[in-house]
Design a protein around this ligand. Sequence first.
Ligand code: SDX
Length: 434
Amino acid sequence: MDAKTDKATGSITVGNKNWDFPVYKGTIGPDVLDIAKLYGESGMFTYDPGFTSTASCESKITYIDGDEGILLYRGYPIEQLAEHGDFLETCYLLLYGELPTPSQKADFDYRVTRHTMVHEQMSRFFQGFRRDAHPMAVMTGSIGALSAFYHDSTDIADPTQRMIASLRMIAKVPTLAAMAYKYSVGQPFVYPKNNLDYAANFLHMCYAVPTEEYKVNPVLARAMDRIFILHADHEQNASTSTVRLAGSSGANPFACIAAGCACLWGPAHGGANEAALNMLAEIGTVDRIPEFIRRAKDKNDSYRLMGFGHRVYKNYDPRAKIMQKTCHEVLAELGIKDDPLLDVAMELEKIALHDEYFVEKKLYPNIDFYSGITLKAMGFPTTMFTVLFAVARTVGWIAQWKEMIEDPKQKIGRPRQLYTGAVARDYTPISRRK
Ligand code: SDX
């Protein structure tokens, strides 16, 4: 633990009993009260469904200030990384903790590029899916299947093996994602090309066909690369916490990433980009926005505006601003002048940002609000949106998994509960049940 403890303590008092616990300070952000000994000393658990006030770990990777709308990867603001760097530089930063020198960057790019192919047998694995399977189902299954290829060669206690597994994941997930897309449209798989950079190679694997030369649009490749940077990591979100919990048992890292991918699929999390675009399409025209705003505000209606709100950001998601700018760049490059979905999105954002319900609950557009419009313009079907999120977030999942495995205090995660079920009672033979 590198957290600073200046012997500060916090105390918990229940009735006439009082217990003191150490308070730790991070470099920035809220202090924490270390309650690890609470149960042993008081016989009580804390109770925090959804972990709204719980720090599950110490981490040096990503910092979010939800009130100020700040996102830092290893201390570097997301705005600067998205503007000046590329995705593999961000991957290096998240994994190693520092920006690479030119030679380190060249070596890292080389190492990742040479792991982009998947075992040829994987293509037969895909044949087992229905052709209309959701690409996220295919991704979750195929990432998990990767563990079958490397299980015997992944000694997670060996730092070299951990780094090889990390590189394999970063390199192979885009290949699997492109294969999931090709499988869904009935086109042949396209092999990676080592002479293309990460984002360009991904677009080539998605859109090239054997019958003609495919030239990657550099503006779209840059936009894809930036979208990957924006989605790379985000502190202890639901899918990252899933990966950490799965990894805490010592499970194969590929299986842990598959668990994270499954969690990301939910519409409250990474599935929101697909749901947000479907919502904009359902609204259809600007004049129908008030009806949807009313539904979102109705306490008796579970309807929510997808792409709005966030557990941590109570200000504008800094990634959403960059996403909006990228959206306009892509639409301009593609000559899409009046996209009705963008008109609805811009008007919906304007109304929501001035509506007292959204202002009072601090509901701002999050990263998923504009990403869908951008990805649709780039030619991706909505079912692929969360797959693209998973491609980007793989580096965050694996960096957080590595940090946890390398933490000497690491132990298996095993939360407790508040039990409100039946107390002990004797079995009644079925012959005596009415
Ligand atoms: C991601 O955690 C991360 O970092 C995630 C992520 C990442 O990079 O990993 O940033 C990616 O998942 C972004 C979030 C994408 N999800 C959506 O856009 C789905 C729509 N948003 C909501 O479902 C919701 O805002 C959550 C799930 C994102 C956050 O929910 P919380 O923190 O549990 O907040 P809540 O549900 O308790 O909402 C607080 C209040 C509630 O009203 P009250 O019960 O207090 O009266 O705000 C309301 C909610 O009803 N509310 C919304 C709303 N989101 C919250 N009302 C209308 N529309 C919405 N979108």
